[in-house]
Design a protein around this ligand. Structure first.
Ligand SMILES: N[C@@H](CCC(=O)N[C@@H](CS)C(=O)NCC(=O)O)C(=O)O
Length: 319
């Protein structure tokens, strides 16, 4: 991580744990919003008007938080408005790196070697982890946001006038339900699998795995329609999908969430396939990046061998 703009040699890939050995994810610190007219959003400052060819997402395909912004970009038809740069899926001892792995890009703006250089460009005294996704404003050369939850919301509305869409990922009539469920999906599922994989005590591991499967069982019983809240896809479905699609190929083995696989849940399996088949979504799933990225976490896989793609996931992605 960076402290006052300097990369720390003692960087810990496993990130922070609390006194009981529970993994704690860092809070994001760039919280500006792109809006239709450039007025300020709910946090941060204004000046980020929705315009073509102005913004860029830095993402890792391995990262579910980055992938959810890619899904929103695809589902809202923003491919021509938001450029994308993909980093190498394998975290190095200097964090995310550009280039090298097949399908990873060089940094087209600054020719940086590492993502932390983008952070110090945005704030020379930045203290914190250099996480993806990063939403960058190429016009002002500043970071708009490094919070994927905000990026989903701004992609949902900010470009509506220049790129109208029939889909609302956060419709008014479902907003309260979405807001109520999001923290539980995050805590038990999205971050729950990481808490399982990064637990440094038996108790922390047991708690995390219980949470993961409680949530999966609950979703399995509630998924009686096409999507969680009915026939319309919302941001909650995006949040669920990014974890489901990584589950059997990565979390089940590496993070020890091994009571069941997604394929053992009939409704969740069909649901995952349904979301995968929505226009543009398949392009946001790069299974080699996912598997190589997760299995490059040295503390979880010290001998370094990387497994292949499970047959049923390979078949699903080919179909
Ligand atoms: N709050 C962030 C979290 C993103 C996040 O934790 N990204 C991870 C990858 S999945 C990361 O970049 N980790 C690198 C690090 O912590 O050094 C968001 O949702 O956008």
């Amino acid at each position: 991580m960076l402290v006052n703009g300097k990369w720390q040699e003692t960087w810990q890939p496993l990130q922070k744990v609390d006194d009981e050995g529970r993994f704690v994810r860092q809070i994001s610190s760039f919280r500006n919003w792109i809006t239709a007219d450039g007025s300020p959003g709910p946090t941060g400052c204004g000046g980020f008007k929705a315009e073509p060819s102005r913004y860029r997402l830095y993402v890792a395909f391995v990262c579910p938080w980055a992938s959810r912004t890619l899904m929103a970009r695809a589902l809202k038809g923003l491919e021509n408005f938001i450029s994308v740069t993909v980093v190498d899926p394998r975290l190095t001892d200097q964090g995310w790196r550009f280039g090298i792995f097949p399908g990873a890009d060089e940094d087209p703006l600054f020719n940086s070697e590492y993502v932390h250089e983008i952070y110090t460009r945005a704030d020379p005294n930045y203290t914190g982890r250099a996480t993806v996704p990063v939403l960058w404003d190429e016009k002002q050369n500043v970071m708009v946001s490094n919070e994927s939850a905000d990026i989903l919301r701004m992609f949902n509305t900010a470009f509506e006038q220049i790129q109208p869409s029939d889909l609302s990922l956060y419709p008014d009539n479902l907003a309260a339900k979405i807001d109520a469920l999001n923290p539980r999906i995050y805590d038990f599922l999205n971050n729950g699998v990481y808490k399982s994989g990064f637990a440094s005590s038996q108790q922390a591991y047991n708690e995390a795995v219980d949470g993961v499967f409680e949530m999966l069982e609950e979703l399995e019983s509630e998924l009686t329609s096409d999507f969680l809240f009915g026939h319309q896809l919302t941001e909650t479905d995006i949040r669920i999908f990014v974890t489901l699609i990584r589950f059997d190929a990565a979390y089940y083995g590496l993070f020890k969430t091994n009571r069941k696989q997604v394929r053992d849940y009939p409704r969740l399996s069909r649901y995952m396939e349904r979301v995968l088949n929505l226009p543009g979504v398949r392009d946001t799933v790069e299974i080699d990046h996912i598997i190589h990225g997760y299995y490059s976490i040295e503390k979880c896989n010290p001998l370094g061998a990387v497994p292949g793609v499970p047959d049923h996931i390979a078949t699903l992605l080919r179909s």
